[in-house]
Write a protein that binds this ligand. Structure first.
Ligand code: ATP
Ligand code: MG
Length: 566
């Protein structure tokens, strides 16, 4: 490709709305432009990168035995009604009507279409296992589209679905996808980590997110410094640092605590460590009230509670809900409680807590689980960095990550709700056991930039760079330079090297700046001084290493340089 013909409008200024580096640089490097909030055009350079990421994804999916196909973007409401998700998907679903007023959506994901396709045409266990995938635009009307391609409303996703006879089969398919994801993100040159992830209300530890480690990541992860335990903070567990002291259970006592409605008030009024208090959190789960008690110094993990309850609709109770449940704000306790009670493990295992007395102006002291109250026990709080790893006892550390992909064991969730069955050896109908596996192609591109940039621009890993090499003649008016540049350009092209020839009539400085901004892994400069010596200059974008290579055999020299670049 010749730069003079390339549509790559680079800019020096940073657009004001671009908050993070990847968004700023993709915009400045002329890779994408905004059309509407969260909706972008991919310009040629950006599209080349997306194409490369897609190619890597495609190769590894095919190698893992998945077959590419293409589902429609527009999906009829009936399919979503049959799985029960039309009603619960919420505002993120982009709903549309046809001219007859029939409901459709622009696919945010394709479990329903995939399940429906397979159930109509796969009848026998002999046709299983089956893995199918597509690379396609997805639509989610995100509450806060931001960060450019990182969280947009239209985005490219690879989504794959596996269909197996049983759990053992699903384990195999899941394992193949997991391994393929490791290969994909490694080939893309990313520093990433698979972490245990929320599996919704399905339960089990059967989902992993692939996190690219980056300061700007929206997700927080906890990982162990002693073993390979790593989990999204949404599901992470931990062992507290202090072991429960072998404290004697003391006699319960009721004390006057006027106007003490918060943990801070109670702890300071009673001159007590917050760790000795119990915090009551009031939620509505599928319209039924529920109370969760955690230690006063901890934070509630809503996702864990929602999963434990298997609730679809889950939100913090409002004043009216509190009133209806007969609770006294600020003085709620678990003793004699009529509302359903969930108790964090730490409370159940500790001794002599202070809690509300369910009476205006009073708290109770020395309250103990089992003796004074009961409830369903679980890990309902947020794990914290610095605590101990639940697997090996090592120390948990915190990091931020960008979720670029997720693998998920669905089990029979969709096959049961949609009635998707095959016949087993005995002719008996069985629901398919399914998995689903997504990769955000645009988010992967953005994540790569978050990990690879400097003050001058992007530093693409070679595997996904828009071009591997840029040739920059210092002056396009200099015949000798242009001849050498053209020759090298032609022979690199012949040899399958992806090369851009910067033949624009711009100052050398401008060309260098653009080359750095766009982030080509290797720059070859053709200038008089080096040509006099029969040499070309090279510069490796990532390391800044520069030097001379002989003009003669330029192709082999460039290839040798490229083989040294990741
Ligand atoms: P998030 O929690 O970030 O919203 P998700 O869990 O909703 O992601 P999935 O439904 O698992 O995402 O989608 C698979 C992949 O698609 C994600 O891992 C991510 O890479 C990508 N993705 C999801 N939402 C967006 C978006 N709004 N913009 C760009 N990529 C996205
Ligand atoms: Mg989402």
């Amino acid at each position: 490709m010749r730069y003079s013909q390339l549509f790559a409008p680079t800019l020096r200024e940073v657009p004001s709305e671009a908050e993070i580096v990847s968004h700023q640089l993709m915009f400045r490097a002329g890779m994408m432009r905004k059309v509407a909030s969260g909706i972008y055009s991919y310009l040629p350079l950006g599209w080349r990168v997306l194409d490369k990421v897609s190619d890597i994804v495609r190769e590894e999916m095919n190698a893992a035995g998945a077959q590419e196909l293409m589902f429609p973007i527009v999906q009829p409401a009936e399919l979503w009604q049959s799985s029960g998700r039309w009603a619960v998907y919420g505002d993120e679903m982009w709903r549309v009507k046809d001219r007859h007023g029939r409901d459709f959506c622009l696919g945010p994901t394709h479990e329903e279409v995939a399940t429906n396709t397979v159930m109509n045409d796969i009848n026998s266990y002999k046709q299983l296992p089956l893995m199918i995938y597509q690379i396609q635009n997805k639509y989610r009307d995100e509450r806060r589209p931001r960060f450019g391609l990182m969280r947009s409303r239209e985005f490219i996703m690879k989504d794959c679905y596996s269909f197996d006879r049983d759990d053992a089969g699903l384990d195999v398919s899941y394992g193949k996808m997991y391994d393929a994801y490791v290969k994909i993100f490694t080939r893309c040159g990313l520093d990433f980590r698979p972490v245990r992830a929320d599996n919704g209300a399905i339960g089990g530890s059967s989902s992993h997110e692939f996190m690219v480690l980056a300061e700007n990541g929206e997700a927080e992860i906890l990982y162990c410094d002693g073993c390979d335990y790593a989990a999204n903070i949404e599901i992470a567990e931990s062992i507290p640092l202090e072991t429960v002291a072998a404290e004697e259970e003391k006699a319960a006592e009721k004390v006057l605590t006027p106007d003490c409605r918060t943990i801070e008030d109670v702890a300071s009024f009673l001159k007590m460590d917050k760790k000795k208090t119990m915090k009551a959190l009031f939620y509505m789960a599928d319209e039924k009230p529920v109370l969760i008690f955690i230690r006063g110094d901890r934070t509630l993990n809503e996702i864990k509670v929602q999963n434990a309850l298997g609730a679809n609709l889950f939100y913090m109770g409002a004043d009216i809900d509190l009133e209806n449940a007969g609770l006294v704000r600020g003085f709620i306790g678990p003793c004699g409680q009529k509302v359903r009670v969930l108790v964090d493990k730490e409370i159940a295992e500790g001794k002599n807590f202070c809690c509300g007395a369910n009476e205006e102006g009073y708290h109770l002291l020395n309250i103990n689980f089992g003796r004074d109250f009961d409830g369903e026990v679980g890990f309902f709080r947020m794990a914290e960095a610095g605590e101990k790893c639940p697997v090996c006892g090592g120390t948990l550390r915190s990091a931020r990550g960008i979720e670029v992909g997720q693998v998920f064991k669905l089990g029979k969730k969709y096959s049961v709700s949609m009635g998707a069955e095959y016949l087993d050896e005995n002719g008996k109908a069985q629901p398919f056991v399914m998995g689903c596996y997504g990769i955000g192609v645009g988010r992967t591109m953005a994540a790569s930039i978050e990990q690879n940039f400097d003050e001058n621009g992007i530093i693409w890993p070679k595997a996904i760079a828009p071009f591997e090499v840029v040739i920059v003649p210092v002056s396009e008016k200099n015949e000798r330079q242009m001849r050498a540049a053209e020759e090298l350009y032609a022979s690199l092209n012949e040899n399958g090297v992806e090369v851009l020839l910067d033949d624009r009539s711009e100052r050398a400085g401008v060309k260098f700046k653009d080359a750095d901004l766009i982030g080509f892994p290797l720059r070859i400069t053709v200038g008089d001084k080096s040509l006099d010596k029969g040499m070309l200059e090279y510069k490796i974008r990532k390391t800044g290493e520069s030097g001379l290579i002989p003009l003669e055999n330029g192709v082999d020299e460039v290839k040798a340089l490229l083989s040294r670049i990741d």
